[in-house]
Design a binder for this molecule. Structure first.
Ligand code: UD1
Length: 430
């Protein structure tokens, strides 16, 4: 199994191209099931999760072709992928496929809306808490679907004549359930109003693409989204928005190691709250024509408290990385996780590098230390694994991160991007 070997201590200097957002690409790809026409997505990142979803969509009958020519964007690469689901050949998403990635459960929305039925295995994905599907079930039931759970599968059936527009307010904000309800409602009869909708930029990106396909959605990006159902959707061409989590991750890496890096092709407006926290830690962050510039020249890292929250709050997907940064602050900071239980698995691994962290319920207290020392550590989930890479870059000596398949799910060309900025990072195969 591959490991990542890092020799810490170098500052980062140069340009890092930011990829298309994984968390936007996945729902956009799933939206292609809503039409028999071709949906073309540009700027699709090359990631294990994307490849896995390609397999899942293929199983439903999607014909998928990746442009032979790779689009060159700065020093990075992104792909243009065409999805055509002329016919849905199977409305079942089997356990073997769905268990590997939670977001694949989201196919339930388009399958149900287009075919009137779907049978989807209960999901898997990162081991960060129980992650139930009750909100999806309630939202689809509000649209008139009959839902049964049988043998580990959710079986959903639309009423005769299709789903029916409805008003539904989520008791809790869920990104995935908002995506699914929005997709399902595009083909429902009448108007749907989603209350307490997730406001994440990826929800807005999905609505933008669905509207380009002929849907009538307004309010995406606010907590009330209105969808007027239409009879059918057509194909479209859409560019996946930049990855705000990748952006924040590299910004935190620079804030930790010091240096001067331009994050190319991204947009500060996607992650204001996180950038503000990084600024308060002592880094300078400015928007440039091509993206964002992050500079930290000398000066220590100041302690900053953060609490994770749904957008526009501090993203839970940057919590582990920010904790990495705080391990070297010159004081005491607190990080509170409010979205997922059990999302502190990186704490014990960071401790192996010399971090001083204590947990009390959902809050971590981090006492900054002057130096971290390299050590063998183990990745436990996608975002946790990259926090170990960041900490390794700022540690003295050698760090090896094992179980890097977690990283490959969400970070495109990580070693290459960091190496070009002066880091010593390499992949070692056993
Ligand atoms: C998405 C992101 C993930 C991010 C998360 C929160 C993708 C592919 N993944 O995940 O990277 O960490 O948003 O920003 O976009 N919940 C329920 N019942 C449900 C559904 C969710 O209780 O039916 C709970 C979850 O357990 C969690 C909270 O709601 O505590 C938020 O989860 P949700 O927003 O649904 O996360 P995902 O969409 O899975």
């Amino acid at each position: 199994m591959d490991r990542i070997r890092i020799v810490g201590g170098n500052e980062l200097r140069g340009i890092i191209p930011i990829s298309g957002a994984k968390n936007a690409a996945l729902p956009l790809m799933i939206a292609s099931l809503l039409t028999d026409d071709t949906l073309t997505l540009e700027n699709v990142p090359h990631l294990a999760d994307v490849e896995q979803l390609i397999r899942i969509l293929g199983n439903h009958g999607a014909d998928i072709s990746v442009n032979g020519r790779r689009e060159r964007q700065g020093e990075g690469y992104s792909r243009t992928v065409h999805f055509t689901s002329r016919n849905i050949v199977d409305t079942t998403a089997p356990y073997e496929l769905v268990s590997k990635m939670r977001a694949s459960f989201w196919v339930i929305g388009p399958l149900l809306a287009r075919e009137g039925k779907a049978r989807v295995s209960l999901p898997g994905g990162c081991a960060i808490g129980t992650r139930p599907v009750d909100l999806f079930i309630e939202a689809l039931a509000a649209l008139g679907a009959k839902i049964e759970i049988d043998g580990g599968y959710v079986e959903a059936t639309a009423p005769e004549g299709g789903l029916i527009g409805a008003r539904y307010t989520f008791p809790k904000v869920s990104v995935g359930a908002t995506h699914v309800m929005m997709m399902a409602a595009t083909l429902a009869r009448g108007t749907t109003v989603i209350g307490n909708a997730a406001r994440e930029p990826e929800v807005q990106d999905l609505a933008k693409c669905l509207n380009a396909m002929g849907a009538k959605i307004s309010g995406a990006g606010t907590s009330t989204v209105t969808i007027e159902g239409v009879d059918q959707l057509s194909g479209a061409r859409h560019r996946v928005l930049p990855d705000r989590i990748e952006t924040g991750t590299y910004a935190m890496a620079v804030a930790m190691t010091g240096g001067d890096v331009v994050l190319e092709g991204t947009d500060a407006a996607l992650l204001d709250t996180a950038l503000e926290a990084i600024r308060r830690s002592g880094a300078e962050i400015t928007s440039t024509e091509s993206g964002i510039r992050v500079v930290r020249n000398g000066g220590g890292i100041k302690p900053v408290d953060v609490v994770t929250d749904p957008f526009p709050g501090f993203p839970t997907d940057l919590q582990a990385q920010f904790m990495g940064l705080m391990t070297k602050s010159n004081g005491i900071s607190h990080i509170t996780e409010t979205i997922f239980e059990n999302r502190f698995m990186h704490v014990q691994e960071l401790a192996r590098l010399g971090a001083k962290i204590s947990l009390s319920g959902q809050t971590a207290k981090i006492e900054g230390v002057e130096r971290l020392r390299g050590a063998p550590v183990m990745a436990t989930d996608l975002r946790a694994s990259v926090s170990l890479v960041i900490a390794g870059l700022a540690a003295e000596g050698e760090t090896t991160v094992s179980r890097v398949y977690h990283l490959d799910r969400g970070f495109e060309r990580l070693e290459e991007k960091l190496t070009r900025c002066g880091a010593v990072v390499e992949r070692v195969s056993d």
